[in-house]
Design a protein around this ligand. Structure first.
Ligand code: PLP
Length: 370
């Protein structure tokens, strides 16, 4: 049997007929840039998250970058953010001209360690940019409390957590702005790059509208030096169809995760399984476990047809691109340790019970022979 870590083919086959008409409509209309579906999807997705405004942009990275600018973050400012995440989180901060200030990982949920945030605050700190990593919500209440106390903005990186709940409320509805990616393998993915910023602030919304479209007011009047970062109409039309399926897909991810967890517990494997906090509804963008002898486990799984990945092998503070910030090994021990142990198993809604059982069986055989 072959099991891939992600697979988009089954989903496309299931949606093919449903997508035909909306895609054809865009192709026939010629309104490829900021066409009708963009505004409709912005409204629908913002409403889904329980937030007033949505502003489509061309990637999750740009959503982060432009949200920072729209929140007034710029040159010389500091933004507190986790050391353990995808590089795009901190690149968004850097693109805005600010410096990321890293904080270590919370041991169970893989999110930012809230208890270490206050120590990282300086006079230059403008915001906390947290990540709902792997689909598990960050602990928002204490984060908001710290932000209020120190008058900081809160920006949520929701790229891995479309539809996840914190205390029964959608993530993305807590911060001054929240950033989504519609990269194809995300829980809600386009057929290319795409992203969105959502916000309840009219001011952030108005700035975002300028920033993503050349700072334009009217056709040839430009009131700020803006960018070209728009969500394509074609992707918006596709995402409108897909949004109707998001809750169902997340439910399937949760079911798949529950089956993995049950099988691993039954076979008493010596691996660390994902954790779901009491406050959280996890949407399992990734099902990541921690294993000893990762390299060997990965190789043996691959020999048996199971493809896995590492999210992430290098913590952000040790990335070469951030050597100017003078962080060193040992600064964030939890993040560094997890980078050595973490392993992403196959996870997507269409994964079958047989496939999950096969992966669990292979992992059991491999771990009992190491
Ligand atoms: C995917 C991802 C991004 C970036 O999104 P793109 O659409 O690929 O630019 C940002 N942050 C996190 C945590 C991600 O997983």
């Amino acid at each position: 049997m072959k099991v891939d870590v992600f697979s988009l083919k089954k989903q496309y086959e299931e949606l093919k007929n449903e997508l035909k008409e909306p895609m054809e409509k865009v192709l026939m209309s010629g309104g490829f840039i900021l066409g009708e579906d963009v505004g409709l999807f912005e409204q629908e997705f913002a409403a889904y998250c329980g937030v007033k405004y949505g502003i489509g942009v061309n990637s999750g990275t740009d959503a982060l970058f432009l949200a920072c600018l729209a929140c007034g973050i710029g040159k010389g400012d500091e933004v507190i953010t986790p050391a353990y995440t995808y590089i795009a989180t901190s690149l968004g901060i850097s693109m805005a001209g600010a410096n990321p200030v890293f904080v270590d990982t919370e041991e169970k949920t893989y999110g930012i360690d809230v208890s270490k945030i206050e120590k990282a605050i300086t006079k230059k700190t403008k915001a906390i940019l947290l990540v709902h990593l792997y689909g598990h919500p960050a602990d928002m209440d204490p984060i908001i409390q710290i932000a209020k106390k120190h008058k900081l903005k809160v920006i949520e990186d929701c790229a891995q957590a479309h539809g996840a709940l914190y205390k029964n409320k959608k993530i993305g509805s807590f911060g001054d702005a929240a950033c989504f990616s519609f990269y194809p393998t995300k829980n809600l993915g386009a057929f290319g790059d795409g992203g969105m910023v959502i916000t309840n602030s009219e001011e952030v919304k108005d700035r975002m509208l300028l920033l993503r479209d050349y700072g334009r007011k009217g056709r040839y009047e430009h009131i700020i030096k803006g960018y070209n970062s728009r969500l394509d109409t074609l992707h918006a039309a596709i995402l409108r169809v897909k949004l109707k399926h998001l809750d169902g897909w997340n439910e399937k991810r949760r079911k798949n995760a529950a089956l993995y967890t049950r099988l691993f517990k039954e076979s008493k494997l010596d691996i660390i399984l994902p954790f779901e906090a009491d406050y959280a509804r996890h949407v399992y963008h990734l099902y990541a476990v921690r294993v000893k002898n990762r390299k060997e486990v990965m190789e043996k799984l691959a020999e048996n047809g199971v493809r896995t990945l590492i999210h992430y092998p290098i913590p952000i503070h040790l990335q070469e691109c951030y050597k100017d910030l003078d962080y060193k090994k040992g600064d964030f021990p939890i993040a560094e340790k997890y980078c050595e142990e973490i392993l992403t198993l196959p996870m997507y809604p269409e994964l079958t019970e047989e496939e999950i059982k096969y992966v669990a069986e292979q992992l059991k055989n491999i771990c009992s022979n190491i």
